[in-house]
Design a protein around this ligand. Structure first.
Ligand code: MF3
Ligand code: CO
Ligand code: CO
Length: 283
């Protein structure tokens, strides 16, 4: 029983719904790119995404009014916008005007037919300095290296190990307080996907499991703090942080990236066990 509770798997009907919502979540990140410009506020981006998610896609933005724990102030917006030293869960606001040189994560989670798709990427505004560009690129590589470990029979610790090894080889650090998560009818389900760890540690992956990988990688020390708004997570040393996220499905022989964007197809070709049915279906 315990085993079943910690490793939920999806049936064929649920997998279809996850493919569908994953594809739509990816489309939000594709849609918003042209609006990410110097002078835009993060509130502008929230409004555009909200209208697209609700009006065009007929979906529900999962962050809006979400509470992670009983008593926590509900999240007030539809997307998370995390700029520069903000690690994650940044709240869109009219006060945050994007400037040339900023690096921002936009994190989108939407619900369709009761199932969740969760994905995020970094946007570079104008031309950030070389450190910001390197941190963003290495964090994206961390995500892909984590995904490349996903297949039936692999231990969950292999994912975190691959991510930590890559980040630390570039002398960056891995945030430990937040992790990837099982996803489906619930936004945040078992198992926890740590972004650090040891090979052959933890549960064994099985076909039908769906979860996110969402490494948060810091340029300085790994430590973070939460602001008094109860949501915004920042680096303690105020140095830069980056994050990239996908929702994944463990298949019979590898992994399917449910939230893959068209711009990532080149990467998919290099990854031996990865497939993407959602793009194949939409093509
Ligand atoms: N999308 C985030 C994740 O990857 C969670 C955001 S919760 C919110 O798990 F309330 F801050 F939006
Ligand atoms: Co997530
Ligand atoms: Co997310």
């Amino acid at each position: 029983m315990r085993h079943q509770r910690t490793t939920p798997t999806l049936d064929a009907g649920e997998i279809d719904k996850m493919r569908s919502v994953g594809r739509l979540a990816a489309s939000v990140l594709e849609m918003i790119g042209e609006h990410v410009q110097p002078g835009a506020t993060t509130e502008d981006l929230d409004r555009i995404c909200h209208e697209y998610i609700v009006g065009e896609l007929g979906c529900v933005p999962a962050p809006l009014n979400y509470s992670a724990s009983a008593g926590q102030t509900p999240f007030p917006k539809s997307i998370c916008t995390s700029v520069n030293h903000v690690v994650c869960h940044g709240i869109p606001t009219t006060k945050k005007v994007l400037r040339n040189g900023d690096a921002m994560n936009i994190d989108v989670t939407i619900i369709k037919d009761g199932y969740h798709g969760d994905t995020s990427k970094m946007f570079l505004i104008g031309k950030p300095n070389v450190l910001a560009r390197r941190l963003s690129a290495v964090t994206q590589e961390c995500l892909y290296r984590g995904i490349a470990e996903v297949r039936p029979g692999a231990h969950i610790g292999n994912i975190g190990h691959a991510i930590q090894r890559h980040a630390e080889s570039h002398r960056f650090s891995v945030v430990r307080e937040f992790c990837g998560h099982g996803i489906g009818a619930k936004f945040h389900d078992e198992p926890q996907i740590l972004h650090y760890g040891k090979r052959n540690d933890g549960i064994v992956l099985k076909p039908g499991m769906a979860f996110t990988i969402e490494p948060m990688i810091n340029a300085g020390k790994r430590h973070v703090k939460i602001l008094p708004d109860e949501w915004t997570v920042v680096t303690k040393d105020h140095k830069l942080s980056a994050q990239w996220e996908h929702t994944l499905l463990v298949t019979e022989d590898g992994v399917e990236v449910l939230t893959l964007r068209e711009e990532e197809l080149g990467w998919l070709e290099q990854a031996p066990t990865a497939t993407n049915a959602s793009l194949a279906v939409s093509a």
